[in-house]
Ligand binder design. Sequence first.
Ligand SMILES: O=C(O)CCC(=O)C(=O)O
Ligand SMILES: [Fe+2]
Length: 364
Amino acid sequence: MASSSWDMSNMFGSMKIDLTGIIAGSTNNDNAYVPIIDISSLTVNGMDKKKTIEKISKACEEVGFMVITGHGISQEVIDSMWSITGEFFDLAEDQKAKSMTMTSDYPYGYEKGEVLSAGKDKEKGETVERLPDFKETFTIGPNNQDSGMPARVWPEEPKELASIYKRYYEAMEGLSGVLLKAMAVALDMPENWFEDKIDHHMCALRALNYPDQSSSPPLPGQTRAGAHTDYGSLTILKSGGPGLQVRKDIDGRDDWVDVPHVGDGFVINLGDLMRRWTNDKWSSTLHRVVNPPQDGKNHRRQSVAFFHNLNGDAVVSTIESCRDEEGGSGYEDIVAKDFLMMKHLASVKNVVKEEEGEEGKEEL
Ligand SMILES: O=C(O)CCC(=O)C(=O)O
Ligand SMILES: [Fe+2]
C-alpha cells in the first residue's frame, strides 16, 4: 500500500505533516530493493508459511531490511502509541528533561542531541567526529527483573503513557516472536529454536522525534540520524514518513536507497548480533535518516523503534546451518549482554570496532 493512504492526522494528532516533498539527500529510487512482504500467513493458523519464509530468508540475506504488512498488530494499539508519543515530545523541554537518565550504562529515558556518531568515514577511511543527530528520543527497557536490566522509569506526563507503552511493547514482543520463528525455519533450524534465548530478553522500545527544521535548521553536515547499524537481533520500526535510507552497493559503488514508506507496515531490519550469529550469512545494513526538504514547511517526523535483544545470558554461538563445511566460523562465542554492552560502550566512547568491520554509531 502506498504512503498516501497513511492517515497522518490520526498518527500525529493535530500535527500537519507534508509528505509530498522529495526527501533531501535521496540518491536512488530503487523501490524494489527493500521488499514489501505480507506476513499474514505467519499469523493465521493453518496457512502455508513456506513462500513467506522464503521471502524473509532472501531479504535477510541480500538486504538486511524488509517492510512487513499483514502483521496483525491492532491499529488501535499503534495509533494510541503514536499520539501519546507526539504528546510527550510536545511537552516543554524542562518537563521532558525530568525523564533524563543520568547514566551512560543504559540509554533509557529521555535524551536529546545524542552524540554517538563519531565513526569511520567509509570513503576516506579516517575517523571523523560527526555532529549530534537532529532528534530527541525516549526509551524504555523490559518489564522483567530477570532480564538484569534496570526497572522502567516513566515520565510524569502524559499520565497514560506508561500503560500505552506497556501494551505496545507487549505487541512488539509478540511480533518479534512470530518473526523469529520464521527466521529459525529460514535458517534450517526448528521453529522454536530461538525461544529459550529470548524468554527474559533485554528488548528496548525507543520513540524518536525528528523536530521540524524550518524554524531552526540543522548545522551544516548535521542529519536526522547518521549512518549506523543496529546492535541486536532485529528491529521493528514504525515510522511516520519517508526519510529512512539503506546503504546499497550499486555498480561497485556505495549508494543510498530509500526504504519504502508503507502506511500500515513495519520496517524490519537485522542488527549486528544477528549478523554475527549467522556468520555474516545475514546482513546488518547501514542506514540513516536524511533531512527533509528545507522549504519552510513543517516536516516533523516521528518514529518508534523496537530493538529486539536476546536474553542477557544467551550464548551467541554461530548457528549450525551458518558454519562452514568443517563446522568452523569467523566468530568466537560471545554472551549476548557482553556483546550489547561492548557495542553500547564503544559507541558512547566513540570507539569503532574495526574487527567487526562496522562503522558509524549503533542503537541499543
Ligand atoms: O527513524 C527511523 O526511521 C530510523 C531510526 C533508526 O534507525 C534507529 O533509531 O536505529
Ligand atoms: Fe537504526
